[in-house]
Write a protein that binds this ligand. Structure first.
Ligand SMILES: Nc1ncnc2c1ncn2[C@@H]1O[C@H](COP(=O)(O)OP(=O)(O)O)[C@@H](O)[C@H]1O
Ligand SMILES: [Mg+2]
Length: 404
């Protein structure tokens, strides 16, 4: 068939939106009818909560949704729906079952726009000897559900548990069967959560969705974890704010570093939420081009709020955080940093420069340390300090009050 004769509105026309902007954006605008989505995440991270809220949102917008729980009773789901304020949704149907044949039959009977299976690991087909959660059961159940989606046009959402390192056989082996794979991440001891697309046949995988977990469920946090007063925080040694770009969006993220006494030859370098290769490179640049001796210093670096900071544009912020921690100096209050650092210690222009500075300005930052070549390019309203190399950048770190 010539490509021009194939109906082309799949993926753009009738997407089913959940009304949760942070989730819909990651999906590329909502669920595509007839597609299958897998949401992976550690147990207890909030997958059921997210899914029930999304189901409630779709039901509120008039799309019928069937939420199948294979782990909880219908009463438990009802209690959660009460807590999330979704108990009055007439188009939200709940089924508690683990037998896939019955689930498929009920789905065909209810005829929803979308069906959610929470979780795929607890579902089984009775005609197979293998236990629920085994590789054979998972493969068969998932492919049956993909077939159901394609045959009926119902969007299918599967929940899969993964272990801390994301390695459990289950969800991984389903990744190639489904159309979209979302990762739901976060630290159970913190409230922030991030939804990220790992694979998406209908959209970009650059977008992320930001949430905060609370008693009433997940609340959207489009601005990231940096509080409203971010710019007014007294600056701290080892902490620098950087505007980072994820997909179409720019947000401010705090990058932190800590240097401590280590052992020559066995100094630790730990990165969490920042790129470990760039961390190693920036330490070498500080050694070679700023005369800073870090060979026997442990260096820990992290991004705050669960947003991964891996862009070259965040080099300067991370470098200033490391140097600031080592020298116990911080940037002046209300100052952020943007720029790529080269191996020669030079500070280079970053992509999306204007977008980053506009966001910093909007969030109340009055000043930014930027590459010299970009210093004339920013929006008016934020003062730019151009630096040519790492040495010049370090001059802007100043002593901070002893009370900090
Ligand atoms: N009754 C409750 N009140 C407040 N928070 C709750 C309640 N029940 C669950 N939670 C929150 O939701 C989290 C579990 O979410 P859940 O959606 O069940 O996770 P998952 O499905 O990924 O295992 C808990 O860690 C807790 O933070
Ligand atoms: Mg659950």
């Amino acid at each position: 068939m010539p490509v021009s004769e194939i109906a082309g509105n799949e993926g753009t026309a009738a997407r089913i939106a959940s009304g949760i902007g942070e989730l819909d954006r990651v999906l590329g605008g909502g669920l595509v009818p007839g597609s299958t989505v897998l949401i992976g995440g550690e147990p207890g991270i909030g997958k059921s909560t997210l899914l029930l809220q999304a189901a409630g949102g779709m039901a509120a917008a008039g799309s019928r949704v069937l939420y199948v729980s294979s782990e909880e009773s219908a009463e438990q789901v009802r209690l959660r729906a009460d807590r999330l304020g979704l108990a009055e949704q007439a188009e939200l149907f709940v089924l508690s079952d683990t037998n896939l044949a019955r689930i498929v039959e009920q789905t065909r009977r209810v005829s929803p726009s979308a069906v959610a299976i929470d979780s795929i690991q607890m579902v089984y087909l009775g005609d197979m000897a293998a236990p629920p959660g085994s590789v054979t059961q998972l493969r068969r159940c998932a492919s049956d559900l993909v077939f159901l989606a394609k045959a009926t046009g119902i969007a299918v959402v599967l929940v899969g548990h993964v272990t801390k390192d994301g390695q459990l056989a289950g969800p991984r082996l389903l990744e190639h069967v489904v159309d979209v794979v979302l990762g739901f991440e976060g630290d159970r001891s913190h409230a922030h959560r991030v939804v990220r697309a790992i694979k998406n046949r209908f959209g970009t995988t650059l977008e992320i969705g930001l949430f905060e977990m609370g008693g009433e469920g997940l609340a959207e946090r489009p601005e990231g974890a940096l509080g409203a007063l971010a710019a007014g925080h007294a600056s701290r040694p080892g902490s620098v704010v950087c505007p980072v770009v994820h997909g179409t969006r720019c947000m401010l993220v705090e990058v932190q570093a800590l240097t401590a006494t280590g052992f020559l030859g066995a100094a630790k370098r730990k990165a969490s939420g920042v790129d470990s290769n760039r961390l190693a490179m920036l330490i070498a640049v500080l050694e070679q081009h700023a005369g800073m001796r870090l060979a026997d210093r442990d260096v820990f670096a992290s991004s705050v709020g669960g947003v991964r900071v891996a862009e070259p544009a965040s080099d300067l912020a991370l470098l200033l955080a490391i140097a600031g921690s080592e020298r116990r100096r911080g940037l002046p209050t209300g100052t952020c940093a943007v720029g790529e650092v080269g191996l020669g210690g030079e500070v280079r222009a970053a992509a999306h420069f204007e977008q980053r500075l506009r966001e910093a300005m909007r969030r109340g930052f009055a000043c930014a340390i930027v590459p010299r070549e970009s210093a004339g390019a920013g929006p008016s309203g934020i003062s730019l300090i151009g630096v040519r190399d790492v040495g010049q950048a370090l001059e802007h770190l100043s002593e901070t009050p002893a009370s900090l």
